[in-house]
Write a protein that binds this ligand. Structure first.
Ligand SMILES: C[S@@+](CC[C@H](N)C(=O)[O-])C[C@H]1O[C@@H](n2cnc3c(N)ncnc32)[C@H](O)[C@@H]1O
Length: 193
């Protein structure tokens, strides 16, 4: 377990670049993650909460989105910059530990976090523990192709789509498949049986 791929929080303003909303459309995330009846969602590695808040704008006030990060600077940033009436709740988490009861969460997404997990299996097990049966997890991460490396982390830090699909399948998720609609990223949608 190392921090060698972890995003440098000093560069956090880069996460608020509006072009990222074209690359990683919030509506696409919300449409695939929300089964229609859920009320409690989690964004793991939420960073500044920039994409989280755009998803919240689509979700509406009756929903709660817990925005977790291990980095205290990110929690402070969210607390200072998110709108006062937001349904996004910033919360610090410890590595590989989700502060929720078993079978209590209606959907979870991780945006450009997966490649930073060294290794990802302990967090995937936690995600399976807290998701309600039939609820979904979406992983959005950087494609491991040279043409996609003009932006984002170095090639050697990235996890290929095939490896990510295999890792999520081996972690015990059901219906693991890739979804289209991202520019420099892949999306992997999976369900807890
Ligand atoms: C590249 S940033 C992406 C932030 C946000 N998802 C976005 O797309 O705007 C990755 C974030 O994950 C956080 N992070 C790194 N390792 C983590 C871990 N093991 N658990 C939770 N958060 C983590 C970092 O502090 C950082 O805020």
């Amino acid at each position: 377990m190392t921090d060698s791929k972890k995003f440098n929080p000093a560069k956090r303003k880069k996460l608020n670049n509006p072009v990222r909303l074209d690359w990683i459309p919030p509506a696409l995330i919300w449409n695939v993650i929300n089964p229609g009846t859920g009320s409690t969602f989690v964004d793991i590695g939420a960073g500044t909460g920039y994409i989280t808040q755009h998803i919240a704008n689509l979700a509406g006030p009756a929903i709660t989105i817990h925005a977790l990060d291990i980095e205290p600077l990110m929690i402070d940033e969210m607390a200072q910059t998110l709108p006062a009436d937001t349904c996004v709740k910033p919360q610090r988490m410890q590595r590989d530990s989700l502060p929720f009861a078993d079978n209590s969460i209606d959907g979870i997404w991780l945006i450009t976090l997966f490649h930073e997990l060294e290794p990802p299996e302990p967090l995937l097990a936690e995600i399976r523990r807290v998701l309600r049966p039939d609820c979904r997890m979406l992983i959005v991460d950087w494609e491991k192709e040279m043409k996609a490396c003009e932006q984002g982390p170095p090639f050697e830090h990235r996890i290929s789509t095939d490896t990510a699909l295999q890792t999520v399948t081996s972690a015990g998720f059901d219906d693991v498949h890739q979804i289209p609609g991202f520019h420099f990223h892949y999306g992997i949608l999976a369900k807890k049986a």
